[in-house]
Design a protein around this ligand. Sequence first.
Ligand SMILES: Cc1cc2nc3c(=O)[nH]c(=O)nc-3n(C[C@H](O)[C@H](O)[C@H](O)COP(=O)(O)OP(=O)(O)OC[C@H]3O[C@@H](n4cnc5c(N)ncnc54)[C@H](O)[C@@H]3O)c2cc1C
Length: 316
Amino acid sequence: MEFKENEMMAGHTTFRIGGPAKLYAEVMTTAELVAALDRAESEKLPVYLLGGGSNVLFSDKGFPGMVIKNSICGLQVRDDGTVSVGAGVRLFDVVTACCSKGLSGIERLSGIPGTVGGAVRGNVGAFGTEMGSSVTSVKVFHRKTGEIKEFGQEDCQFGYRMSRFKREPDLIVLSIELLLAPGHEPSTLLSVSKEVWADRESKHPQDVFCAGSFFVNPIVHDQKLREEFSRDAGKVPKDDKLPAGWLIDQVGLRGKMIGHAKVSELHPNYILNTGGATAEEILTIVSIVKQRVRDELNIQLCEEVQFVGFGSEKSL
Ligand SMILES: Cc1cc2nc3c(=O)[nH]c(=O)nc-3n(C[C@H](O)[C@H](O)[C@H](O)COP(=O)(O)OP(=O)(O)OC[C@H]3O[C@@H](n4cnc5c(N)ncnc54)[C@H](O)[C@@H]3O)c2cc1C
């Protein structure tokens, strides 16, 4: 394992934004993870754990500690529908491997960037499927106690873009067991996964510099607004939530630009780095969006994206 000094975080995030980490290491095994954490401890450095970097915004100043990229590998996909996967494996690779083996359950998560560890921690979802529904157990390393523990599905406390691992940042996901439905036609599953991917791409190009949806969809009780949404979108709000992108559009911020940061014209919940944007510009546009939605609609938007190096995040 190599430790790099002053590694630019812009190169490790889908936002392509972020200054240097004092130290950076990529770990492929639990033993390497423990060794990296030991070094951080002995040098009294704060630690930030990174997966695929698709849901984070690093500050322009970077991170004054050690960033550990979790690339813990290993993938076993069995005929009976059970899957064992290392937290650092790309979600896309797991989806493809499972579809190819005729295992159904996660094919609609196709196209979500990042690692399986990140997906489980954030309980990612798309097209009516959530990652947590296919998880049977999760093995974690407890940063403070050094213990390795295994949590069953119930203990993972999955909710909308939520899990126990998000609530308790001392828990580092090492590996995951899934249970999918076996016996499906691989070509059917692969074409579902391709259609989903094409659908995502048709709604918004997926290779832009961003972190996906910036805000979680808020629960909205305002009946008038809910009716307006139903009229506009031709569907009723799901689970009492209104899409954050629709709310941002209502306050007229679709396409708003600050420097090189932009509220996407196609999907206003995507905040884009159009090329050369700083974290400061992203933060400015985010605060304008939050303030306008709060002032005009009385709704508080909350970020899904994690902020790192701004001094207020919880480092591990
Ligand atoms: C174009 C685009 C489209 C997207 N579409 C969707 C979508 O449809 N649905 C959706 O839900 N999300 C979507 N996302 C968001 C993002 O892809 C997911 O949140 C993803 O699961 C993040 O995983 P990651 O490995 O990149 O995590 P990172 O961004 O590296 O980290 C995110 C957080 O997870 C923590 N973390 C990472 N790995 C672990 C681990 N092993 N153990 C404990 N904590 C960990 C990090 O510390 C950090 O706090 C999209 C993003 C982009 C850029």
